[in-house]
Write a protein that binds this ligand. Structure first.
Ligand code: NAD
Length: 342
């Protein structure tokens, strides 16, 4: 074995039902006295409850998926005079906090309420028109994460499934992404296992905490693996599709994942074996149990968009992808994902 694995310096606090107490501790560690809380209006009640013990100086609820630059600029202006950011929400909310941290250097304490995993990566994203730009900067990595599964019980089942499959995609793609190493693969394997056991519990009993805890734990592992391994073919495809056709993020990942696994699996037998062992059942079977979204056409992608998407994917596909990435293989993959064939 020969590899270099870089570890993020970040506190990861997992404490179901105790986000309020954990937040007081984490914000005190930053010696912050003027906190800006970022949370959508629908998360406001939960956010108010868990930030009651903090020196909150400003509330910001102007959150939009994929962080349009004008939304980022408004948040940056609002953050003037603050000394810390607390984000309470999904990847869109965490993403806005990161956009502020990118230019201000303000520390973030992230409280995730979906399974997107942005809180565990140093990746930021900004959108100008239809063009999304991403980058990596240590300043945007939250200093602390507070995971409280009780904050996720209100996430609707369909969104929970899509978001959980977004985490599964981080795990699967980490098995062959350009910088993958045995540590990423170990994290990803355990992430897959916990998603396989946790997600059906969430679907069966969305209010119950054990399933929610397993999936949230997996979301962290998935993001930690992805942060180190980088974007594989799956993430490149989803990035192109999301930007080009304004498709919903988590659902796009959920739909594309089985098709990338079908393409890459046979070309990467060791990764496929690891994934199969962790899944303990064929992926399409799990997807059927979960009632996962199936087709890109249902998400709003036009059929005549496939050639343009293929043209955009080919130049960004990782050279190290296990299976050949050609006009033919990508057209076939996108056609199957568009139709929702298994
Ligand atoms: P999201 O944050 O937009 O949330 C989806 C929906 O769920 C929203 O309507 C939100 O209000 C609602 N919601 C969130 N938590 C809820 C809860 N507990 N109960 C009820 N409703 C709730 O979507 P997402 O999938 O979490 O994040 C997607 C964004 O995150 C994309 O922009 C994506 O690019 C980004 N992302 C970034 C990274 C990274 O490493 N930088 C990783 C993953 C995702």
């Amino acid at each position: 074995m020969k590899f270099v694995h870089e570890v993020h310096q970040q506190r990861v606090c997992f404490d179901t039902g105790a986000a309020a107490e954990r937040l007081v501790e984490e914000v005190a560690r930053l010696s912050a006295t003027r906190v800006m809380v970022i949370a959508t209006s629908s998360s406001r009640a939960a956010a108010e409850r868990i930030t009651a013990g903090l020196p909150v100086a400003h509330w910001h609820d102007d959150v939009v998926m994929h962080v349009p630059v004008e939304v980022a600029e408004r948040a940056r202006a609002a953050a003037k005079g603050m000394d810390a950011l607390v984000s309470v929400g999904g990847g869109s909310t965490t993403g806005l906090a990161k956009a502020v941290a990118l230019t201000s250097g303000l520390p973030i304490v992230a409280v995730p309420t979906t399974y997107a995993g942005s809180e565990a990566t140093a990746v930021w994203g900004l959108t100008e028109g239809t063009r999304k730009t991403t980058g990596t900067d240590p300043r945007v990595l939250p200093r602390s994460i507070v995971y409280d599964a009780s904050l996720t019980t209100g996430l609707p089942v369909a969104m929970s499934v899509a978001s959980g499959l977004n985490a599964l995609a981080h795990c699967v793609d980490s098995m062959w992404a350009p910088n993958t190493d045995p540590i990423d693969q170990a994290l990803a394997g355990e992430g897959i296992r916990a998603l396989r056991t946790g997600l059906p519990k969430v679907v069966a009993a969305p209010e119950d905490l054990p399933g929610r805890e397993e999936v949230l734990y997996a979301a962290y592992l998935a993001a930690a693996a992805f942060a180190s391994a980088g974007s594989g073919l799956h993430h490149k495809i989803c990035h192109v599709l999301g930007g080009m056709f304004a498709l919903p993020h988590a659902q796009t990942h959920a739909v594309v994942l089985p098709h990338v696994l079908a393409l890459n699996g046979p070309a990467a037998p060791a990764a496929q074996e690891r994934i199969a062992a962790a899944l303990a059942q064929p992926l399409p079977e799990l997807l059927a149990t979960l009632g996962a979204p199936r087709a890109l056409r249902d998400l709003g992608m036009p059929a005549d968009g496939i050639p343009a998407a293929v043209d955009a994917i080919l130049p960004v596909a990782p050279a190290s992808n296990p299976a050949p990435v050609t006009e033919e293989t990508m057209t076939e993959l996108l056609r199957a994902a568009w139709e929702g064939t298994r």
